[in-house]
Write a protein that binds this ligand. Structure first.
Ligand SMILES: CSC[C@@H](O)[C@@H](O)C(=O)COP(=O)(O)O
Ligand SMILES: [Zn+2]
Length: 258
């Protein structure tokens, strides 16, 4: 059986058992439950945004254009990463499991970039207002990088792919910004380019659109996405107060009490 997917033909078989589990941490259960939480944060409203999880060779993907907070495990696509990488036609997706009556998320090639180029275990895409506002502020500054330092929450970020430990309080967090494209999948080459230029980054902002954030596993992708959204909100408020995102201000010395 074949079906029209992402404008391409995709091979479809019906391995329903791949999305059936009583374990709440099974990716087919976790994607719907995470997206329901993300919806309350305004990250995946109006069908925008989403999340994908990789467990070894298997990649779990949401359908396109659905209310992401109302998804069910039976709505989830499953793809073999090895078969995908081996496929001669890189745009053809090799689905092991495909729900009827849907197309897979348009974010699929971007999620796959995080899995193949960064060996990520989870990738989250949000349309958070804070992420979009940060890209608008940076657009005015003609900047293609978000930089912030001397904020405790920076410690919520890993040092980079293949590196152990997290950033420290005195480190600067740098997130590249790429320009939006009319079609989500056309962002892929620019996302991959940003990954090459910023090998330590765990996130890429998309101008006037949102952000892609990944991590070695679901826990890391989620907490990094939360830390980043916290920092984006803080940065927007700092901008309103005319406070700089980068500071070399010396720590305030405690004054002797009289
Ligand atoms: C509100 S439409 C948003 C989409 O075009 C896209 O940006 C997106 O994030 C979700 O794509 P989808 O294919 O529904 O998973
Ligand atoms: Zn999007």
């Amino acid at each position: 059986m074949t079906a029209e997917k992402e404008g391409q033909q995709a091979i479809v078989t019906n391995n329903d058992h791949l999305v059936q589990s009583d374990n709440p941490d099974h990716p087919a259960n976790l994607i719907p439950s995470l997206c329901a939480k993300f919806w309350t944060l305004g990250w995946v409203t109006g069908t925008g945004g989403g999340a994908s999880i990789r467990e070894d060779d298997l990649v779990y993907i949401a359908p396109s254009g659905v209310q992401k907070e109302l998804m069910k495990p039976s709505d989830i696509y499953v793809l073999s990463l090895a078969a995908q990488v081996k496929s001669l036609d890189k745009r053809q997706r090799v689905y092991l499991r495909s729900p009827p009556a849907y197309k897979p998320s348009q974010c699929t090639p971007l999620f796959l970039a995080a899995f193949t180029k960064r060996h990520a275990g989870c990738c989250i895409h949000t349309h958070s207002h804070w992420a979009v506002l940060v890209t608008l502020i940076l657009e005015r500054q003609k900047s293609t990088e978000f930089r912030i330092n001397s904020i405790e929450q920076i410690k919520g970020f890993g040092r980079g792919f293949g590196k152990s430990g997290n950033l420290g309080y005195h480190d600067t967090l740098v997130i590249p910004v790429i320009e939006n494209t009319a079609q989500e999948e056309d962002l892929t080459e620019f996302l991959e380019e940003a990954m090459d230029r910023y090998p330590d980054t765990y996130a890429v902002l998309v101008r006037r659109h949102g952000v892609y954030v990944w991590g070695d596993n679901v826990h890391k992708a989620k907490t990094q996405c939360e830390s980043l959204d916290y920092l984006f909100q803080l940065a927007v408020e700092m901008k309103r107060l005319d406070l700089p995102w980068i500071t070399d201000i010396e720590p305030v010395e405690p004054t002797a009490s009289s």
